[in-house]
Design a protein around this ligand. Structure first.
Ligand code: PCA
Length: 323
């Protein structure tokens, strides 16, 4: 261990000491410790611990080590943990509104996506409040593209390919493209690709880079389908027990984390695409033929989402278009 690390460790230990008298919050996170969401969460945790002078000390648990991604939301709702981070679109089957950030081609850039989030945020906060959850901050993933272990120029090339999905939208995309969906958390994908359980996925360059998928896959096609978001949520009973002063301090740390996370997502986009190429993958835009086919499928998926999300879903899309 380097001296720097030892000193840093000492500093963190000292800063956390007063927390022995305060509350300890565990914060499960689904993605690897080196992912920017997890690093951002660790910085947020440190901010809260310092700002509240240890009244509330947060410990992050990245990589699904405390709860697997699919279990994090329930663990917070039921008070098994105080706080945590989750990809809410993973719970689209509970409430279609959680899938607002996975509608194909609705908001394919960071700027468009910021408008979509503005349009959706009040409704999402309301739905979460009904579930005993308080939203603290939310950070997008980079634009989603398609990974394969062969060249793909047409839907016909996708027929029968085993496709790793991470929410309803990605499973539906697989069905509509003739692929075979299997739901796998990001923490498990390196193994899934290595063993052939999956041969393809839609995700960001970030996740492919974090999981070193060039060890198994060969092609990344920039499709810019959507930018799903991660959400840091606290149990509402826990939150209600926090003093107004500490609530304000935590909210300040959360808004810093939201801005820092967004900036990191933007920087990480090209960095990770370059990383995939450096790992030996072919990285580039999907061809016109494939894009045309994907857009048609996107229209079907948009219509299906609007159908299931009803008037509230339509209101989000309308508010977004009005921005
Ligand atoms: N990475 C996460 C969700 C979206 C993304 O870019 C994943 O693949 O699970």
């Amino acid at each position: 261990m380097s001296l720097g690390k030892i000193l840093l460790g000492t500093a963190i230990t000292l800063a956390a000491l007063p927390a022995l008298a305060g509350e300890k919050w565990d914060m499960p996170m689904a993605y690897s410790a080196s992912n920017y969401h997890s690093e951002n969460g660790a910085a947020f945790a440190e901010c809260v611990t310092n700002a509240t002078a240890g009244d509330i000390a947060i410990t992050t648990h990245p990589g699904g080590s405390l709860f697997a991604g699919a279990d994090i939301k329930r663990a917070i709702q039921t008070g098994q943990v105080q706080i945590g981070e989750r990809l809410l679109s993973g719970h689209q089957n509970e409430n279609a509104l959680f899938g607002f950030d996975s509608i194909p081609f609705l908001s394919p850039s960071f700027d468009d996506h910021a408008k979509l989030w503005d349009a959706a945020k009040p409704k999402i906060q309301e739905v979460l409040a009904e579930q005993n959850l308080e939203l603290l901050y939310s950070v997008p993933w980079p634009p989603q593209g398609l990974y394969f272990k062969k060249e793909v120029n047409d839907l016909a090339d996708m027929a029968g390919v085993k496709f790793r999905s991470y929410n309803n939208a990605t499973s539906r995309l697989a069905e509509l493209t003739g692929m075979l969906p299997v739901t796998i958390e990001a923490a498990e994908i390196s193994q899934a690709f290595a063993t052939g359980v999956a041969e393809s996925m839609i995700s960001s360059g970030a996740t492919g880079y974090d999981r070193k998928v060039w060890e198994s896959l060969t092609h990344f096609y920039e499709v810019d389908a959507w930018l799903p978001r991660n959400y840091v949520m606290v149990n509402a009973d826990t939150w209600n027990g926090v003093s107004d002063d500490n609530k304000a301090k935590i909210a300040a740390c959360a808004s810093e984390a939201e801005a820092r996370g967004l900036a990191r997502a933007k920087e990480y986009t090209q960095f990770t695409l370059d990383g995939l190429a450096a790992g030996g993958m072919s990285v580039g835009k999907a061809g016109d033929n494939l894009m045309g086919q994907l857009r048609t499928i996107g229209e079907t998926m948009t219509a299906e989402w609007l159908e299931s999300a009803g008037a509230e879903g339509q209101a989000i899309v309308d508010a977004y278009h009005a921005k």
